[in-house]
Design a binder for this molecule. Structure first.
Ligand code: PRX
Length: 632
C-alpha cells in the first residue's frame, strides 16, 4: 500500500512516466485505495472552461479510506497524540479505531439533525481532536465542510457562512491560546445574527466557560454524541463530488471558496504526504499548522490519515510557556518529521539556542517549511540547529488551490539548495511564462509560475461562481493554471519562489488581499480612502502598510484615529490582518485617470525615498514628497 518513492532515480523515472502517461500513472496510484465502484474515465479536462474531472464514475467515501481501511491492521495504532496548550496539561491520544467510532457517532448525530449529502457545514474550532472528528463526520455523510480559521472575526465568519449557505456550524465555547482563553462562542453568536441559513450549532465544551446556549439552536457536542452508535454507513460519493470548500484571499473582492473534490484530493494528498516527508511505518509526524488553513486540511488530517500515519496535534502556540515549546514536543513524542512555517522559525531564532539544545531532537529525520519563501538565514538556522545538519529541509511550495504540495524535495532523496523549493512532484508540470505568455526556456530568468497539466487535487471551481475561478486562474494565460507567484528555475531545474506578483500579501504565511484590508479600513468613520501594500518584515515575511486618507472634517488626534482604524480591520477580518503600520495621508498618488500608483507606495513602504521610476503620469507629484517625508 506504500506509495513511497525510495530513490532519486526512481523519482526521475516516475516523473517521466507521470508526464508521458499521466492517466496510467495516476490510475495505478488511485487503484491502491478502496473504491465502491471503479472509475470509467481517468481524466477529462480543459483549462478554458475550466473543466477538470479525475476518476469520473468512481464511487468512494474518503473516510473509509482513512479510517475503515486501516481498522484491521492498525486499529490500535495511535492516529493522533494531542498536546494541550499548557505544558503540564493533560494530553490525550486517539487510536484509529477510537477515531472511527467517534466519527461514526457524530455522523449519526448529524444525520439525526437532518444533515445530508451536499449540505454545507461550517467548522470554527480550536486545535482539538473534536475538530478532526467534525471534519471527518462531514465527509462520512457527504456534507461539505467549510473550515474557518478561529482567528477570523465574526463578520468574516458570517461572510463565509452566507456564501456557502451553511446549515450547521460546529464550534466550541472557547479556545486556549498561550496564557489567554478566547471566547469563540460569542463570536459565532454574533455572526449568526446575520446567517439565516444556519439551523443549528454544535458546541464542544472546551474551556468549560458555561456559555449561554440558545435553546432552539445550540446543542452540546457531548449531549448529541451520547447513545449514538459507533458504526455508521458511509455515504457513497462520486469522485467529483465536493469534499470541502476553503475560503482564501485573492487580488480582488471577498475571499473565494476554493472547492476540492473527493477522489483526486484523496489520491494526491496521500501520495504527496508519503513522498515529501518520506513517512515510514511507525514514524511520528507533526505539522504545526492550524486546521483552518489548507496545510492543516491536507497534512494534519487527510494526507497522514490516508497513509495510516501517527501524528501530533498541538493546541497551543510556539512561545508558550517558553520558546522551547516546539522542541520539547518533538522530544516528548519523538517526532520524526516536523513541518512548520518560516515565520515560526524566524521568531524562534531570536530566542537563543539554550531553549533548543536542552531537548533531544535526534528523532528528527525530515524538517519541512511551508507558506512563504524561507530566507537564507532562517533556512540555515533550521537546518543546523533543529535538523543538526542531518535532516533534509523540504521547502514545500503549494497553495490552497493546489490541494497538495507541488514543488519540494522528497525527504533525503533529492538534492536541496537553501531557499529553493526544488523539483516538481511527479504529475506536476510547472512552466515559467513571460508577460506575453511565452514559456521561458532559459535558466535563471524570473517568470510567472504556471502549471500546464492538471493534477488530481487542482481546484475544480470557486463555490457558487465558476466564472471567478476561470478569470482568476485560467484567463491570464490560455491553457495554463496561473499561480499568482513569480519564480526562477536554475541550471539544475530547481525552482525558487520569488513571491506573489498580484495584490496578495503573505503575512506570517497567512494570505490576504490588499483590497480586502482596504475594504475593512474604508468602513471606518474617519477613512475616506486607503491603499494597502506589503513590505519586508523580519519575522512575518511581509508586514501590512496602510496609507489612509482621513476625513478632514473629523478632528481627532491621530492615535485615536489609528486605533479606531485597527479596530475596523479586527472587526472586518480579524486581528491577524491588523496593519503593522498606518500612515495618515492627505491623498493617495494617482494617475490622471484615477488609478492609485501602488508601485510607488510599495517602494515608500520598503523605505525608498526617491527613485520611483516613471512618475510622469502622476496627477499631483507633490503628494509623493509629502508621503515620503512622513513615512514610517
Ligand atoms: O506565494 C506562495 C506562498 O503562499 C501562497 C499560497 O498561500 P495559501 O493558499 O494560503 O497556502 C499556503 C500553504 C500552502 C503561494 O502562492 N507559498 C506557499 N509555500 C511557499 C510559498 N512561497 C514560497 N515558498 C514556499 N514554500
Amino acid at each position: 500500500m506504500s506509495l513511497r518513492i525510495t530513490s532519486y532515480e526512481e523519482y526521475q523515472d516516475k516523473y517521466a512516466q507521470s508526464v508521458n502517461s499521466p492517466e496510467e500513472f495516476w490510475s495505478e496510484i488511485a487503484e491502491t485505495f478502496t473504491w465502491k465502484q471503479p472509475w470509467t474515465k481517468t481524466l477529462d479536462w480543459n483549462f478554458s472552461e475550466p473543466k477538470i474531472k479525475w476518476f469520473e464514475g468512481g464511487k468512494l467515501n474518503i473516510t473509509e479510506n482513512l479510517l475503515d481501511r486501516h481498522l484491521a491492521t492498525r486499529g490500535d495504532q495511535v492516529a493522533f497524540y494531542w498536546e494541550a496548550n499548557d505544558i503540564d496539561g493533560e494530553g490525550k491520544s486517539i487510536t484509529y479505531s477510537e477515531l472511527h467510532a467517534e466519527v461514526c457517532k457524530l455522523s449519526n448525530a448529524m444525520r439525526e439533525l437532518g444533515l445530508a449529502k451536499g449540505d454545507r457545514v461550517c467548522i470554527y474550532m480550536p486545535m482539538i481532536l473534536e475538530s478532526v472528528v467534525a471534519i471527518l463526520a462531514c465527509a462520512r455523510i457527504g456534507a461539505i465542510h467549510s473550515i474557518v480559521f478561529a482567528g477570523f472575526s465574526s463578520n468574516a465568519l458570517a461572510d463565509r457562512i452566507n456564501d456557502a449557505q451553511a446549515k450547521l456550524v460546529i464550534t466550541s465555547d472557547g479556545l486556549n491560546r498561550g496564557n489567554k482563553q478566547v471566547d469563540i462562542k460569542s463570536m459565532v453568536d454574533e455572526s449568526l445574527l446575520s446567517c439565516p441559513s444556519i439551523e443549528h450549532s454544535i458546541v464542544v465544551d472546551c474551556i468549560h466557560s458555561n456559555p449561554e446556549m440558545k435553546s432552539d439552536r445550540d446543542l452540546w457536542y457531548h449531549d448529541i454524541m451520547e447513545g449514538q452508535s459507533t458504526t455508521c454507513e458511509a455515504e457513497i460519493m462520486d469522485a467529483e463530488d465536493m469534499l470541502f470548500i476553503l475560503y482564501t484571499s485573492g487580488s480582488t473582492g471577498k475571499p473565494k471558496g476554493v472547492v476540492h473534490t473527493c477522489g483526486g484530493y484523496m489520491v494526491y494528498t496521500s501520495y504527496s504526504f508519503q513522498n515529501v516527508f518520506q513517512y515510514e511505518e511507525g514514524d511520528v509526524f507533526w505539522c504545526t499548522a492550524d486546521i483552518g488553513w489548507i496545510t492543516g486540511h491536507s497534512y494534519i488530517v487527510y494526507g497522514p490519515l490516508l497513509a495510516g500515519a501517527t501524528s501530533v496535534i498541538f493546541e497551543g502556540i510556539p512561545t508558550y510557556p517558553n520558546p522551547g515549546r516546539f522542541w520539547q514536543i518533538c522530544e516528548k513524542y519523538k517526532v520524526n518529521q516536523f513541518y512548520t512555517a518560516p515565520t515560526a522559525i524566524r521568531s524562534l531564532m531570536g530566542c537563543g539556542l539554550d531553549v533548543v539544545n536542552c531537548y533531544d531532537l535526534s528523532s528528527l529525520k525530515v524538517i519541512g517549511s511551508v507558506g512563504e519563501p524561507i530566507n537564507q538565514e532562517a533556512w540555515h538556522w533550521y537546518h543546523d540547529n533543529i535538523g543538526k545538519k542531518n535532516c533534509p529541509v523540504v521547502d514545500t511550495w503549494w497553495q490552497t488551490e493546489t490541494g497538495g504540495i507541488m514543488l519540494s524535495g522528497l525527504g533525503n532523496l533529492s538534492p536541496m539548495h537553501p531557499t529553493h523549493a526544488g523539483y516538481p512532484l511527479p504529475g506536476i508540470q510547472p512552466v515559467l511564462l513571460d508577460a506575453e505568455g511565452n514559456e521561458i526556456i532559459e535558466n535563471n530568468q524570473e517568470g510567472y509560475l504556471c502549471i500546464k497539466f492538471p493534477w488530481p487535487s487542482i481546484l475544480r471551481t470557486t463555490y457558487g461562481d465558476h466564472d471567478r475561478c476561470k478569470n482568476v486562474y485560467f484567463s491570464n494565460y490560455d491553457n495554463y493554471y496561473f499561480t499568482g507567484d513569480g519564480a526562477k528555475r536554475d541550471e539544475n531545474g530547481m525552482y525558487r519562489i520569488i513571491g506573489r506578483v498580484d495584490d496578495v500579501i503573505n503575512v506570517s504565511g497567512h494570505r490576504f488581499g490588499t483590497a480586502e484590508i482596504e475594504d475593512a479600513i474604508n468602513t471606518n468613520q474617519y477613512a475616506i480612502e486607503s491603499a494597502v501594500v506589503g513590505y519586508p518584515h523580519d519575522i512575518k515575511g511581509q508586514g501590512i502598510y496602510a496609507y489612509v486618507v482621513i476625513d478632514s472634517n473629523k478632528i481627532e488626534d491621530s492615535a485615536t484615529i489609528i486605533s479606531s482604524l485597527i479596530e475596523s480591520v479586527s472587526t472586518g477580518i480579524g486581528k491577524i490582518a491588523k496593519p503593522d503600520k498606518i500612515q495618515l495621508v492627505t491623498g493617495l498618488p494617482k494617475t490622471r485617470s484615477g488609478k492609485i500608483m501602488r508601485r510607488i507606495l510599495r517602494k515608500i513602504a520598503e523605505g525608498e525615498k526617491s527613485n520611483f521610476g516613471d512618475t510622469s503620469t502622476l496627477l499631483d507629484p507633490s503628494l509623493v514628497e509629502d508621503i515620503v517625508e512622513k513615512s514610517i
